[in-house]
Design a binder for this molecule. Structure first.
Ligand SMILES: NC(=O)c1ccc[n+]([C@@H]2O[C@H](COP(=O)([O-])OP(=O)(O)OC[C@H]3O[C@@H](n4cnc5c(N)ncnc54)[C@H](O)[C@@H]3O)[C@@H](O)[C@H]2O)c1
Length: 262
């Protein structure tokens, strides 16, 4: 069995975040969860997951606020809790047609999904370099980093930007032994997508009919991909996207519901 590691998961209280936290904690790792919820409420929530108290800590910080993040990382460093694997997972989506999108709506996506990710990534990378830690950074991207989708242009742009952020970081930080990769899930029956399904703003069956594997993804299936990239066997992988979308992004010319074969 491998030694226990210290992992950080941002957006750790969200659905994919939670599944990821559980995956690593159950394997014996220590996990730092970061999210927006105030400490007491967050801790109550995490306790309800039934994971051992000595295997996690919660860090309340908004990834858009650099000063607060900086202080939080300083505190972790003082306590000897600097993570060696950071999963930058916090994210938002608020669908709106391009023609109706306000500059604020545009900015909201980029501030959280891209600039917030940059803040977390730079804070940890600077510390890893200073302390000679060969860390691993993983970003939660999406299949839409490469494929435009109706009504979520700002979200698509933010994930596309994240892809280039990860690739440029991989290029610059490889010499320090730091690996930087992306996980690109498909349509997950949880979190952001599930909220849109509940609100009637998206139809899960329409998605299912377009997914070659013909089923929505689970949060646990996303967590499994983070797990793969965090293993020693992934030691030569950097600057890569692990696309885990059930084939969602494969080009389909025929209506997927059609039984026709060519
Ligand atoms: N659900 C999907 O279908 C899907 C598909 C592909 C990619 N993703 C990505 O997965 C990641 C997790 O999303 P999810 O579906 O679990 O949604 P979620 O809403 O359940 O989780 C997102 C978490 O991020 C936190 N967060 C939001 N803004 C933050 C901020 N400024 N600072 C710190 N934390 C903040 C939220 O409080 C929430 O707990 C996101 O990056 C999302 O883009 C989701």
């Amino acid at each position: 069995m491998q030694e226990s590691r210290c992992i950080m998961v941002t957006g750790g209280l969200g659905d994919i975040g939670k599944a990821t936290v559980l995956k690593f904690v159950h394997a014996g790792d220590f996990v730092i969860l970061n999210d927006l919820l105030e400490v007491k409420a967050a801790e109550t929530q995490i306790v309800s997951w039934g994971i051992p108290q000595e295997q996690w800590l919660y860090l309340c910080a908004d990834c858009r606020e650099r000063e607060a993040l900086h202080e939080a990382f300083d505190a972790l460093e003082r306590e000897g809790r600097l993570p060696s694997i950071v999963i930058v997972n916090a994210g938002v989506v608020a669908p709106v047609p391009f023609l109706e999108m306000s500059p604020e709506q545009w900015g909201f996506h980029l501030d959280v999904n891209l600039t917030g990710a940059f803040h977390v990534a730079q804070e940890i990378a600077q510390r890893w370099v200073a302390q000679k830690v060969s860390g691993t950074l993983l970003f939660t991207s999406s299949w839409v980093q490469d494929v435009p989708q109706q009504g979520i242009s700002a979200y698509c742009v933010s994930k596309s930007g994240l892809k280039m952020l990860a690739r440029t970081m991989a290029l610059e930080l490889g010499r320090y032994g730091i690996r930087v990769n992306l996980v690109a899930p498909g349509i997950v029956d949880a979190g952001l997508s599930a909220r849109l399904f509940r609100e009637g703003r998206a139809d899960p069956n329409t998605f299912i009919s377009h997914i070659p594997l013909a089923t929505l993804q689970t949060s646990a299936e996303v967590a499994d991909v983070f797990w793969l990239l965090a293993q020693p066997e992934a030691s030569y992988i950097t600057g890569a996207t692990l696309l885990a979308d059930g084939g969602m992004s494969l080009f389909q010319f025929h209506p997927p519901s059609s039984k026709e074969t060519v």
